[in-house]
Ligand binder design. Structure first.
Ligand code: AHR
Length: 535
């Protein structure tokens, strides 16, 4: 048995994590009072404290990312006004309708690596006059700039989502960035605001999030942290927004576990930033040997899930470093790129990063979102990469066709956690062992909405075993409980254009309530969401 409890710890540190581990040795006695197993096979026990602690799960953890890369923008979101594919001012109607159902809180654009080669003036004004550029990072394709600032912000308005724009540091200038912000946000009479009006937009936009570069340790200029810290401070001092726009400035954070980057940035630039980003992709063993998205066996299943679980450690250590420089927790951690990254789908351009999406991706999404909830005190935004047709996408398109991926369904099921109060819990889970290694079989998270409804998300990482689970509310009588579950007939089950509804949520049958406890069986390789009302 492993104990993966995530009670509320206040400001977390390695030391407190250690104390927690020691404290949990007393857990079985708590469970024996609160969650009596119904029968001897009862394998997993979850004890939830229905009294919310101090923190809410920011809805921005459910953010998305759309880059000028492969078929994400062009074909996936934007087809142009003259397309035969139904569209609203050039934006795909089916994609907008599907994404609206996710209550997307924010959308990051235009990159990614593309951001640090993007010059915003290329994407405004009459489309016929917009220059053609080479998209040097993503296949050398021609970027005609038909999707630019106005089109992106139109998309945000149609989705009802906040804009998160990444500015160009790698090949841009502070002046270029400052003028973009003036164009976007100034309500008065100025050259940039007048240019915006000439291009058809009277009112300024609201831009709540601004990235000062992207991956400046790599594609965004190949900088050392000491150098970027100074460059960041220089750019950030000209990043002004106007006319009442309140904007968080986001500094480029580390490449996964590059803790030195975090340390230097926090030391030298923390007081100039509102958030620090973090990028962590789940690739399996190595970047040079990526795994296939489908047609895999249990070894690859295990590898990917083990790699995804590492997010917890990376956030814990990153937060601990941030705590040292920012004990008040003012600077947020934005995990603004994450997700699975496999071999590109055979027959597609490898630079377009188009990959299928299976039940395994649903598990990665479920356990990663549970991890973000656990750290919601510091993690206040996250952006899965990417929205359509790229990496761990929500939607895949083929010409006029579109399908919803298993990852989409996890986002749809989990959206009830957005802005809800995090609930402390204790989880005793069996292990899932493969070969010589073991990982926890279950991942969980719990929250309470403003309407006092409790939602519990559960993931069963074991591809072979279902598990009964007892879920108790510590003496609070459960009135009603329903559930939905996402699984598949195999570990690489996925939706294709031939079979678009093979993986979709179904009712979770067989929930039994007794007093303050419910019993349910979680199928092998599944993600579930319970909705509970108590006294
Ligand atoms: O999401 C794809 C790429 O991954 C982004 O452009 C870059 O920021 C990261 O390396």
């Amino acid at each position: 048995m492993q104990d993966t409890s995530w009670p509320h710890l206040g400001r977390r540190s390695l030391a407190t994590a250690l104390i927690l581990c020691l404290a949990l040795e007393g857990l079985p006695s708590l469970l024996s009072q609160a969650a009596q197993p119904a029968h001897p096979d009862m394998a997993a026990q979850l004890v939830i404290d229905p009294n919310p602690g101090e923190f809410r799960i920011s809805r921005h953890i459910y953010g998305h990312f759309a880059e000028h890369l492969g078929g994400c923008i062009y074909g996936g979101l934007w087809v142009g006004e003259d397309s035969e594919i139904p569209n609203i001012r050039g934006l795909r109607t089916d994609a907008i309708e599907a994404l609206r159902r996710l209550n997307i809180p924010n959308l990051r654009w235009p990159g990614g690596c593309f951001a640090d080669q993007y010059h915003w003036r290329d994407g405004i004004g009459p489309k016929a006059e917009r220059p053609k550029r080479i998209n040097v990072f993503w296949g050398g394709v021609i970027e005609d700039n038909s999707f630019g600032t106005h089109e992106f912000l139109d998309l945000c308005e149609l989705l009802g989502t906040d804009a998160y724009i990444a500015g160009n540091v790698g090949s841009g200038t502070p002046q270029e960035m400052a003028e973009w912000l003036e164009y976007l946000t100034f309500d008065g009479d100025s050259a940039m605001a007048d240019l915006r009006r000439e291009n058809g937009r009277q009112q300024p936009w609201r831009i709540p999030f601004w990235g000062v570069g992207n991956e400046n340790w790599g594609c965004g200029g190949d900088m050392r942290p000491e150098y970027y810290a100074d460059v960041y401070r220089n750019f950030a001092s000209y990043c002004r927004s106007f006319s009442g726009n309140r904007m968080m400035k986001v500094a480029c954070g580390s490449n996964g576990p590059d803790y030195r980057w975090t340390e230097v940035l926090m030391d030298r630039a923390a007081r100039h930033m509102d958030a620090l980003s973090l990028h962590y992709y789940t690739v399996g063993d190595s970047w040079s040997h990526k795994l296939p998205a489908t047609g895999f066996a249990q070894d690859d299943w295990f590898l990917i899930l083990r790699h995804a679980l590492r997010m917890d450690e990376i956030i814990t250590i990153t937060s601990t470093i941030m705590d040292r420089f920012d004990p008040q927790g003012r600077v947020a951690l934005f995990v603004d790129e994450w997700g699975t990254w496999y071999q590109a789908e055979p027959g597609t351009n490898p630079a377009f990063l188009y990959q299928q999406n299976t039940v395994r991706d649903a598990l990665v999404a479920g356990i990663t979102l549970n991890t973000f909830h656990k750290h919601c005190e510091r993690v206040r935004m996250a952006n899965i990469a990417q929205t359509v047709n790229v990496l761990q996408a929500m939607l895949l398109t083929r010409g006029p066709e579109m399908l919803l991926t298993p990852t989409y369904h996890v986002y749809e099921m989990y959206k009830v956690h957005q802005d809800a109060h995090l609930l402390p819990f204790e989880l005793v889970t069996p292990e899932y062992t493969f070969g010589e290694e073991s990982i926890p079989m279950l991942s969980a998270s719990a929250s309470k909405s403003d309407q006092a409804i409790i939602h519990v998300s559960l993931c069963n990482l074991d591809p072979n075993r279902a598990t009964p689970i007892a879920c108790s509310l510590q003496g609070n009588t459960i009135q009603t409980a329903t559930g939905r579950v996402l699984s598949g007939d195999s570990i690489d089950a996925h939706n294709s254009f031939e079979e678009p509804n093979r993986v979709e949520p179904r009712p979770l049958e067989g929930i039994r309530i007794e007093g303050d406890t419910l019993w349910v069986t979680l199928p092998a390789h599944s993600v579930a969401l319970l909705t509970i009302q108590n006294d």
